[in-house]
Ligand binder design. Structure first.
Ligand SMILES: [Zn+2]
Length: 288
């Protein structure tokens, strides 16, 4: 029996025993929440869509997990999955790094695109996977965003983009920056075609991706606590931005400042998308 003090605080020995018992667990069984330090069993964490049950911290989600949690079961058909980055500038070690990320993640590029159904509504969906090169946007990433748009226009489907990115892909230089204009122009064509474009910003959506297709959705949803902005907190600090509120550049801050329309938890996201799609396709029901 652990020794509990008069005021409910665990004694030092009880805390030590608790720490030792956690340390004694085999690796891969539990994860410590970086926000509240709660020890979370991985099986429970997976069941809870990788959200901390104590403080609602949203862990990063892989593209495959996101697709499984969002679309109607068995409806996802990936396309353009054979595209992979070249090394147009001859950047040292770039191919090796790409190969390592392909082996680690099982995908060829951080942007995964496909057709799917959400609440029976046919859509085109794109999901960025931060585990691959920090979901940085290179030529293939941009090309896949454009192909998703072209398919949406051709098949008269709404487009849903789950965004994440550390920014433009350094190793592809100006070709990466060019993707900002290329993807934004494609979204303008989607808009001209009268099709809905729903964006979901996840942690983190920053720099070149935020400054292009991620911030021009008809409806912009964000997961709680996601870092959203052009430059991150560290850069803002170095640039001398003073009086930053505690939630500076987080989803809730961006909601208060009009950059985000809805903050939805991961559990609410699918239903939120279904409601929005019902609303939007009611408007364009004759063409879908
Ligand atoms: Zn937590």
């Amino acid at each position: 029996m652990a020794h509990i003090g008069w005021f409910g605080r665990k004694s030092k020995s009880a805390r030590k025993i608790a720490r030792q018992s956690v340390d004694a667990l085999p690796d891969g069984l539990w994860t410590k929440c970086p926000k509240c330090n709660e020890i979370l069993f991985n099986r429970e964490l997976e069941k809870n869509l990788r959200v901390c049950s104590k403080c609602n911290y949203h862990f990063r989600y892989r593209a495959s997990e996101r697709i499984a949690a969002t679309v109607d079961e068995g409806s996802f058909e990936e396309f353009a999955d054979d595209l992979k980055s070249a090394n147009p500038l001859g950047f040292p070690d770039y191919e090796t790094k790409l190969e390592a990320d392909v082996a680690k993640t099982g995908i060829r590029d951080p942007m995964v695109i496909g057709r799917a159904r959400i609440g029976s509504c046919p859509v085109v969906i794109g999901v960025a996977d931060f585990a691959f090169r920090g979901a940085s946007m290179g030529g293939v990433y941009g090309e896949k965003v454009v192909r998703a748009v072209e398919t949406a226009i051709e098949e008269r489907r709404p487009l849903i983009m789950f965004c994440a990115s550390g920014g433009a892909r350094m190793q592809e230089g100006i070709l990466s920056l060019m993707q900002m204009a290329k993807t934004s122009a494609a979204i303008a064509r989607l808009h001209d075609a009268g099709l809905p474009y729903i964006v979901v910003l996840t942690d983190p959506t920053t720099a070149g991706v935020h400054a292009s297709f991620a911030s021009i959705g008809d409806v912009i949803i964000a997961e709680p606590g996601a870092l959203i902005g052009f430059a991150g907190e560290r850069v803002a600090q170095q640039a001398g931005v003073v009086n930053r509120p505690p939630n500076f550049q987080r989803s809730e801050f961006q909601l208060d400042n009009g950059m985000v329309d809805i903050v939805a938890t991961r559990k609410e996201l699918r239903q939120t998308l279904i409601k929005l799609l019902e609303f939007c396709t009611g408007e364009v029901a004759d063409v879908i």
